[in-house]
Design a protein around this ligand. Structure first.
Ligand SMILES: [Zn+2]
Length: 61
């Protein structure tokens, strides 16, 4: 069961909260240096398992 909020947050407070920090790190994509496929930056490549010039994950074929 969902918990009902005790007090309704005003539009101003709600919008203020959402305007700051929120969604600051939108998913950024970059090309993998090894296989060239699109991957999330600062994350290992999910198609070849490489990150920062080394094999991090062994991808089974
Ligand atoms: Zn790759």
């Amino acid at each position: 069961m969902a918990i009902a909020p005790k007090r309704r947050v005003s539009k101003t407070r709600r919008d203020k909260r959402r305007s700051s920090v929120w969604k600051l790190d939108a998913p950024q994509l970059e090309k993998c240096s090894k296989c060239g496929s699109l991957k999330k930056s600062h994350r290992l490549c999910m198609s070849c398992g490489y990150y920062n010039g080394r094999q991090v994950l062994q991808i089974e074929e």
